[in-house]
Design a protein around this ligand. Structure first.
Ligand SMILES: NC(=O)c1ccc[n+]([C@@H]2O[C@H](COP(=O)([O-])OP(=O)(O)OC[C@H]3O[C@@H](n4cnc5c(N)ncnc54)[C@H](O)[C@@H]3O)[C@@H](O)[C@H]2O)c1
Length: 279
């Protein structure tokens, strides 16, 4: 049983999606949680929900593109709850802010902005969290990566590169600060069915994700949050520098091999056993 009683956590992008699910799980397990986000209406609504349930939670406006915001959000957590044990570097900037593309069509400004919003932001989170964690005697940092860090996406070259860099950052922090009792790991989601994803992605894409997922349903934010909680907690106390893939098995198969296999064992994608978004 994971217990986060007495722990203080900061979650960037904590007002929606994976960050929101993580905030709910961490507070349910006893942690005090700071929701750091740019969407203060959603952050405040979540804090109201969590405090009404008897949990300790607070919201702070922090834009992960602004270094002073990152420094201030961590100082806020220490000031409000007495220290810092967990940082979930989760927020990433949306592609509406920094459109992505294949390399031959890449706009260098968007490339830099994407790296700022998915990699530099996490580095700065670590930079300002580490001194607080050393004061506390240790801590755990969990970075939200993506399966794009492991396999090419073609039209998301900047995002993939930024997330791959996040894995190197994760190892750097883990090895450099291990003797300070600070762990650093990454969680690597595949396709996650968030509210934003439902609102913005074409419905057909979910069928494609479904067909490519060996387990019989799509990943939900709560599935990723459980892995984040595990990596943040004492349950993973000897795990550091790792990237934990949470994707229902998407990355574990050879796509070009499947049609051959289907010929011998039949198409095992069965709509009657697969949970689609509307279910
Ligand atoms: N959803 C997926 O399928 C998926 C898959 C792989 C990886 N990821 C990664 O998971 C992380 C969270 O994604 P999600 O799908 O839960 O997102 P989401 O859109 O559901 O929520 C993101 C939150 O981040 C906040 N945010 C946006 N820009 C910000 C900024 N500049 N500063 C602070 N907060 C900001 C938003 O207001 C929102 O509350 C991202 O790093 C993303 O790359 C998501």
């Amino acid at each position: 049983m994971i217990d986060l009683t007495g722990k203080v956590a900061v979650i960037t992008g904590g007002a929606a999606g994976i960050g929101q699910a993580t905030a709910r799980k961490m507070t349910a397990l006893g942690a005090s949680v700071v929701i750091a986000d740019v969407d203060m209406a959603s952050a405040d609504a979540l804090v109201d929900e969590l405090t009404a349930a008897g949990s300790a939670a607070a919201a702070v406006r922090a834009d992960i593109l602004v270094e002073s915001d990152i420094e201030a959000m961590l100082a806020f957590a220490v000031d409000r709850f007495g220290g810092l044990d967990i940082l979930h570097n989760n927020a990433g900037i949306p592609r509406t802010i920094a459109p992505d593309s294949e390399v031959a069509l890449m706009d260098a400004t968007n490339w830099r902005r994407t790296l700022d919003g998915h990699l530099t932001s996490a580095m700065l989170g670590c930079k300002y969290a580490i001194p607080h964690m050393i004061t506390r005697g240790g801590g755990s940092i969990v970075n939200t990566s993506s399966s794009s860090a492991i396999a090419a996406t073609m039209d998301l070259a900047a995002y993939s590169s930024a997330k791959a860099g996040l894995h190197a950052l994760t190892r750097e922090v883990a090895v450099t600060y291990g003797r300070d009792n600070i762990r650093c790991n990454a969680v690597v989601p595949g396709a996650v069915l968030t509210a934003r994803g439902r609102a913005t992605l074409p419905p057909d894409i979910f069928r494609l994700f479904a067909e490519e997922t060996p387990l019989p349903r799509l990943s939900m934010p709560e599935d990723i949050a459980d892995a984040v909680v595990f990596l943040a907690s004492e349950a993973s106390r000897m795990i550091t520098g790792q990237a934990l893939v949470v994707d229902g098995g998407m990355q574990s198969k050879l796509p070009y091999w499947l049609p051959k296999m289907k010929a011998t064992r039949g198409d095992r994608f069965d709509e009657t056993t697969f949970a689609f978004p509307e279910d």
